[in-house]
Design a protein around this ligand. Structure first.
Ligand code: URA
Length: 433
């Protein structure tokens, strides 16, 4: 088999066979095919696309390029969750403990934030001492003892995806449904949970900017998961404004603690309930989503979900005093209020732009090597459809650099669009599969 012929076939719009896909993934991972040939193949895939079967084989080849994690020694049906990335998305920190408190093991290997979107690992590591880099044994042991484990991806999982993703990033070949779906799903399938829920974000703060593309991605990923024998569901949710009110690492942890105590923002809590009720059905804990909702509300009201979060922090070596008393989290030196220069209703808060503001304060990473400032970020005081008076606070900037904070203040004033009340209320969930 020759890589030249594989490139030519895809260039000419032909389908690649499972053997051809297996060959280029394996040989590229081992370093026997150079970047320039795979760049060319990726561009051919980008332009001529892959069908469902090719996408499935690409995913399989990527899973098999590295180690897989066998979770069969964890008792019960285990569930996992993935979000395609958004702004203010602290769902995992809330959903995981809620699900575990319902008696269903929640196991997840998470990623770090890049660009304007945040990452669960960074948020968890803003808790003093919290370790995400735990061994496979500890990961499994914790899931068996307390029903929840969240760790960083081990270096040996899907090495093909690591190489291909880095190459896609510099060759303008990221935004292709087959390549995105196989990249995300290979990492999910490399650990063998029984049920997976996918939260595909759509909107200005998300990878997918339009609903049709987001639905296509959701369907493709569900198809891969189910074909692999994993019970997989997806929902497409709104990322036209940040989720919840907090954007920034320890600010989001504090918001997650409030939500676990029943005092979180409505959109964030509702999304956790929707995703959670589906996971409970996937894990056969309940028969209907309605039953799932009731159970999830019960573990919030009884404090069981909050206590589960405390256990998670304790088992992963974090300082639970910060959770019990969030005032102990490091605070930014300055909190700058952004005051409205208009009266009216909030019509728009572009999530990507807000995410970029938080990034410029140090809450996010420009490159994989960037160092984060875990205490900085933005707290929104007004969300879309809220009424605002002249001079009322729209948001608060938490910053260690006053000058940067002032710049961000001016940007936030531009990002908030204020005017007549929107005719339609914001939709949280656009599509379910
Ligand atoms: N996230 C991934 O892991 N892979 C992609 O291709 C896109 C987003």
């Amino acid at each position: 088999m020759r890589i030249y012929d594989i490139i030519k076939r895809k260039r000419d719009g032909l389908n690649l066979s499972p053997d051809e896909i297996d060959y280029f993934v394996k040989e590229y991972t081992h370093g026997s095919i150079p970047d320039y040939q795979i760049s060319s193949l990726l561009m051919a895939i980008f332009l001529k696309e892959m069908n469902d079967e090719e996408t499935l084989f690409l995913t399989k080849a990527m899973v098999e390029s590295g180690e897989t994690v066998d979770l069969s020694s964890i008792k019960g049906l285990k569930v996992d969750k993935h979000s395609t990335g958004g702004v203010g998305d602290s769902v995992t920190l809330i959903l995981g403990p809620m699900i575990a408190a319902c008696g269903v093991p929640f196991v997840k290997m998470s990623g770090r934030g890049l660009g304007h979107t945040g990452g669960t690992l960074d948020k968890l590591e803003s808790i003093e001492g919290f370790q995400t880099d735990i061994s496979k044994e500890e990961f499994i042991n914790n899931a068996n003892e307390i029903g929840i484990s969240i760790c960083s991806q081990t270096a040996n999982i899907t090495p093909a995806d690591k190489k291909l993703y880095a190459l896609r990033d510099v060759t303008a070949t990221v935004e292709n449904i087959s390549l995105i779906a196989s990249s995300i799903m290979s990492k999910k399938l490399a650990i063998n949970s029984d049920g997976i829920i996918l939260d595909v974000k759509v909107g200005n703060g998300a990878f997918m900017k339009n609903l049709d593309e987001a639905k296509h991605l959701a369907k493709t990923m569900v198809n891969i998961g189910n074909n692999y024998g994993r019970n997989t569901m997806a929902i497409v949710t709104n990322m036209d404004q940040p989720l919840g009110n907090a954007i920034g690492n320890n600010l989001e942890v504090k918001e997650a603690i409030n939500t676990l105590k029943g005092n979180g923002p409505d959109d964030l809590f509702e999304l956790c309930i929707i995703l959670g009720s589906k996971l409970l059905v996937l894990a056969k804990k309940v028969k209907t989503e309605k039953e799932g909702r009731d159970l999830l509300k019960e573990v919030i009201n009884s404090g069981k979900a909050y206590n589960k979060f405390l256990e998670l922090v304790k088992y992963q070596h974090g300082d639970i005093r910060e959770i019990e008393n969030p005032n102990l989290f490091p605070k930014a030196k300055y909190i700058i209020a952004v005051k409205s220069n208009k009266k009216g209703f909030i019509k728009e808060i572009n999530a990507e732009k807000i995410g970029k503001c938080a990034l410029s304060l140090g809450a996010g990473r420009e490159t994989l090597e960037s160092k984060l400032d875990l205490s900085v970020g933005i707290m929104l005081n007004k969300k879309i459809d809220d009424e605002v008076e002249l001079g009322e606070d729209l948001a608060y900037i938490h910053t260690n650099d006053k000058q940067k904070g002032e710049l961000v203040k001016n940007k936030i004033l531009e990002i908030y669009k204020i005017g007549e009340k929107n005719k339609q209320k914001q939709t949280l969930v656009f599509y379910e599969i």
